[in-house]
Design a protein around this ligand. Sequence first.
Ligand code: C2E
Ligand code: SIN
Ligand code: SIN
Ligand code: FE
Length: 379
Amino acid sequence: MRAKKTAKAKPVARAANHAFVSEVPDRIRRLINSSLEIDEVLNLSMHLMEKTVGATASSILIYDAETNQLKFYLATGDKKDILKVIRMPADQGVAGRSFQTKRTLLIPEAAKSPFFYNKVDEKSKFVTKNLIATPIEVKGKCIGVLEVLNKARGTFTSDDARSLKAISREISIAIENARLYDEVKRAYMDSMLNMAKAEKYRDGDTGLHIERCGAYAFALGPALGFSPKDLESLKLSMMMHDIGKVAIPDAVLLKPAKLDPAEWEIMQRHTSLGGEILGRGPHMKLALEIATCHHEKWNGSGYPQKIAGNQIPLSARLAAIIDVFDALSSRRPYKDPFPPEQVVSMLQEGSGSHFDPELVQLFISRIAEMREIYNTTTA
Ligand code: C2E
Ligand code: SIN
Ligand code: SIN
Ligand code: FE
């Protein structure tokens, strides 16, 4: 029994610090690579950091130049929801001073510190006993402050302050990487979108089909549980669904008549080809699944993989309805538009065979809005 207890004893703080500091960059890098969002990376960093210095709470304040305030960007502990709406003048408090001077400040007794800004505690009902604040610098510019508060036992030491400083550097790198990564992702999305648009010009369409497909998806997404953040991605992905058509020759794409079996074979490849083009990019999961699966059918008779029902990703099941609604409503080199009433009955006929029945129901329940999008996004 006794031996067990000894074995369980905590490692000394210093050893833990070293392990932590060397572990952070690697973990953060892995997290970013596995496509987690920056907030999750920061949250994890904060929890590891609290453990390292034995703090009971921590927060990241980010500078807002417009108001010259420091805003609680992230916080842990039971007051974190209140803190989210609290801000403090960027030239006051321990945090403000750390921000202005770019120095790490160790405050063993907050109540006795001339710098301590107690309005945050007043509003949050958190009682700050001791804290360390350290600047977060990205490319030599201070963008905010990292704080740990209330050491569980005793008060913070200069060792803790050193650890925090090291962690802040890692967090800065993570923020900078995430920003760069975001830029790359955005640039990639932009170029793909341009390619999708250029493709549409080729078959005489003015790119409006693409705009509309994005707009229908944007309108319907919330009803399918897409968060505001994913909605933008859903919209862009929907706009790129036919990107694989860049690889389809004019003779097939622009043929003003029915395709023969060999041509049809070629045409069907636009799905897998689209997936191949988009799948190379970062964060392109939705775009990839929509491009690959938008011609799959609910009963398994579609292409290219002949998957059925819920095997087809939700985004692609939605894309199928949106795409056909818009195609039926429009003129194509090979067909005239159908009248609005007939478009609806064709969608209904496809319910359960071509389309996910629940999604058809949703789409038709919002038909007035869908027609409005069609009519206001037409040349
Ligand atoms: P698209 O023109 O964007 O059409 C998308 C989907 O809308 C079609 O997928 C189909 O499900 C539906 N759709 C379009 N027009 C009609 C129609 O007149 N009747 C019915 N019931 N559904 C229609 P699908 O069939 O897998 O075709 C994929 C793409 O292949 C089409 O995209 C188009 O680019 C091309 N395509 C299909 N049929 C022909 C054709 O007869 N001639 C030519 N030149 N291209 C065709
Ligand atoms: C908390 O109560 O969550 C911590 C307070 C703070 O981060 O300032
Ligand atoms: C301060 O920086 O003086 C207070 C900040 C806080 O309570 O989180
Ligand atoms: Fe298609």
